[in-house]
Design a protein around this ligand. Structure first.
Ligand code: KIV
Ligand code: ZN
Length: 390
């Protein structure tokens, strides 16, 4: 692999599982954790151990099961949370505690009714507590996206000095523009004296549909870890979609990054997460949506059938998708119709197709999609001398 590695921190089992109706039991979580490890994620955020006995059990079981990936447990900046997480992660080969506190004035005043100095001290303290359990401590500055950069830099410098080895800069409310988020990461790179002792992590939410763009802006500006979920599931509008950032990094080699993800497993795992959590994937979802490799308009179909590169930049096989599809609708063209007939074993001349196309359009205007049965019927009803069944 060439370039700089971007570590993939998967939080499907924690931030993803916070979605209403997505709760998983321990066996389902262990099963997904094994699949995430097979996919090649570097860190699995297994849960929030103090939140419920069930989540404690899941983090504990995942810790015992996972061999290569780091297993991480979330906590608040509360001593008891950290002790419970330390216990839950006891058997992990590579345990990480993810602790932190809100640093924006919205959180400092609105949530904690506190002040910046008090929050700074609590941030330092939680990292010190966590270091009693593991050397791998990640600190999150919740709502960093709306935290003033100067104060954020002060907090980050202090938590690194206290022993944080990864510093997470969440855009918790999905508010930042990519330029703003990128500048925030660059600011920390340039203004935190000990920043080279920690990895900067991006944790972006999708409230404005910018989570993926923000995460990429983050790594371009010096972050080296992306927190993400399969299918982009997560609180409210979700988190950064793992499959999107991984494929952006893979497709855009000029960025100079790589990840350890086995991209052929992306579609199968997307389906498994969707089925297990009972959250359907939107058809137009990048990389893993049912239509991600479907072509339905005549102009696109004609170009695609001449040369796939005209309308596809990703090979469906590279991401474990079923393959490109030529879908027949009232917007489809003659080339697509001829191609689909050919796939069914019917070989028609250009003139035949011209006539059949009119019949097809009449049907397509009535139906959303013309399927194989419809095509067979159209072919049977058409009786010119020139047509020939292969
Ligand atoms: O969105 C967020 O800020 C979080 C933190 C707990 C990391 O999920
Ligand atoms: Zn989050």
């Amino acid at each position: 692999m060439q370039g700089k590695q971007v570590y993939i921190f998967d939080t499907t089992l924690r931030d993803g599982e916070q979605v209403p109706g997505c709760k998983l039991n321990t066996l389902e979580k262990v099963d997904l954790a094994l699949k995430l490890e097979e996919l090649g994620v570097d860190i699995i955020e297994a849960g929030f151990p103090i939140s419920s006995p069930g989540d404690y059990e899941s983090v504990n079981m995942i810790s015992k099961t996972i061999k290569n990936a780091t297993v991480c447990g979330l906590t608040r900046a509360v001593q008891k949370d950290i002790e419970v997480a330390g216990q839950a992660l006891k058997y992990a080969k590579r345990p990480r505690i993810h602790t932190g506190i809100g640093t924006s004035d919205f959180h400092i005043k609105g949530k904690f009714n506190s002040n910046r100095e008090d929050i700074l001290q609590r941030a330092i303290q939680c990292v010190k507590w966590a270091r009693n359990f593991t050397d791998d401590v990640e600190f999150y500055a919740e709502d960093a996206g709306r935290t003033e950069n100067e104060y954020l830099a002060k907090v980050i410098e202090a938590v690194i000095a206290a022993g944080a080895t990864t510093v997470n800069i969440p855009d918790t409310t999905g508010y930042c523009l990519p330029s703003q988020y990128g500048e925030k990461i660059a600011y920390l790179k340039n203004n935190v004296s000990n920043i080279d002792k920690a990895i900067i992590s991006c944790h972006c939410h999708n409230d404005l549909g910018l989570a993926t763009a923000n995460s990429i802006a983050g790594v371009i500006n010096g972050a080296q870890q992306i927190e993400c979920t399969i299918n982009g599931i997560g609180e409210r509008a979700g988190n950064t979609a793992l499959e999107e950032v991984v494929m952006i990094i893979k497709q855009h080699k000029e960025l100079g990054f790589f990840t350890n993800i086995q991209t052929k497993l992306l579609n199968p795992l997307s389906r498994l997460v969707s089925d297990t959590m009972r959250v359907p994937v939107q058809p137009n979802k990048a990389i893993v949506g049912a239509n991600a490799f479907s072509h339905s308009s005549g102009i696109h179909q004609d170009g695609f059938l001449k040369d796939a590169n005209t309308y596809e930049t990703i090979n469906p096989d590279d991401v474990g998708a079923e393959g490109s599809k030529i879908v027949l609708t009232a917007r489809s063209g003659r080339s697509a119709l001829a191609y689909r007939f050919q796939k069914l074993g019917f070989s028609f001349t250009r003139n035949d197709i011209d006539v059949l196309y009119e019949n097809f359009l009449q049907l397509a205007d009535k139906k959303k999609e013309v399927d194989e049965d419809d095509l067979a019927k159209l072919a049977q009803e058409y009786q010119p001398e020139m047509s020939e069944v292969l």
